[in-house]
Ligand binder design. Structure first.
Ligand SMILES: NC(=O)c1ccc[n+]([C@@H]2O[C@H](COP(=O)([O-])OP(=O)(O)OC[C@H]3O[C@@H](n4cnc5c(N)ncnc54)[C@H](OP(=O)(O)O)[C@@H]3O)[C@@H](O)[C@H]2O)c1
Length: 186
């Protein structure tokens, strides 16, 4: 399959890229690195990427920043970091990318354990991750042309065996799952 991997140079991307490339063609993208540049917070940049990279079977996103800090330090501006980059960024990726993906293609987004099991100082991640999961559940009912969508919700990646993390993403790409939140290391 031809896979667009957004965030290929990040902690998760660097684990996935060398494993997925064994069975697939990987096109890497990132804000400052990779085969192509994309800024998830800018819908024009997303559209430009899909115009440039054709015939994608699977779009996999492991990117998107969030503010870290407690409830009392949080304000609209800080909350908007995660909303614009990680939440709306991944949602826009699907809203725009659905026009470009090959028939029977798939989107795999990344949320995170904080959606279900929040810990102090991470309220922004909890909100954003929960929003991504809800979007995936709802969008999976309406995507057309056989296109599927799932979210991977990992715990702390440095605590996860590489095999488990790769398997979660590979399952979403290679199997027939749709509308699933795949929890890893809860
Ligand atoms: N690491 C964990 O333990 C963990 C656990 C649960 C969930 N997650 C989530 O998984 C995702 C990836 O995590 P990570 O630890 O791999 O992150 P990371 O190490 O910070 O890497 C993120 C990558 O995404 C790219 N990126 C960041 N913002 C972007 C934007 N606005 N547009 C396009 N690309 C952007 C960066 O590209 P450049 O390098 O080119 O700038 C970077 O390569 C995040 O959303 C994170 O919240 C991570």
């Amino acid at each position: 399959m031809k896979i667009l991997l957004i965030g290929a140079n990040g902690e998760i991307g660097k684990i996935l890229n060398p494993e997925l490339v064994k069975n697939h063609e990987i096109i890497s993208a990132g804000r400052n690195s990779g085969d192509f540049r994309i800024d998830l917070s800018d819908s024009h940049s997303i559209e430009k990427l899909f115009e440039e990279v054709k015939n994608i079977d699977a779009c996999l996103c492991v990117a998107g920043d969030c503010y870290t800090g407690d409830l009392h330090s949080l304000d609209e501006e800080k909350l908007n970091i995660g909303i614009k980059n990680k939440l709306l960024g991944q949602i826009n990726l699907v809203l725009i990318g659905q026009k470009y993906l090959n028939d029977n293609g798939s989107f795999t987004l990344t949320s995170g354990k904080m959606a279900d099991k929040p810990v102090k100082n991470n309220i922004s991640k909890s909100i954003v991750n929960g929003g991504i999961n809800s979007f995936v559940l709802a969008a999976s009912l309406e995507l057309e042309r056989g296109i599927r969508i799932n979210a991977i919700s990992p715990g702390k990646v440095s605590d996860i065996p590489i095999y488990d993390l790769v398997q979660a993403y590979a399952k979403s790409i290679e199997e027939t799952l749709n509308g699933q939140i795949i929890k890893v290391n809860y």
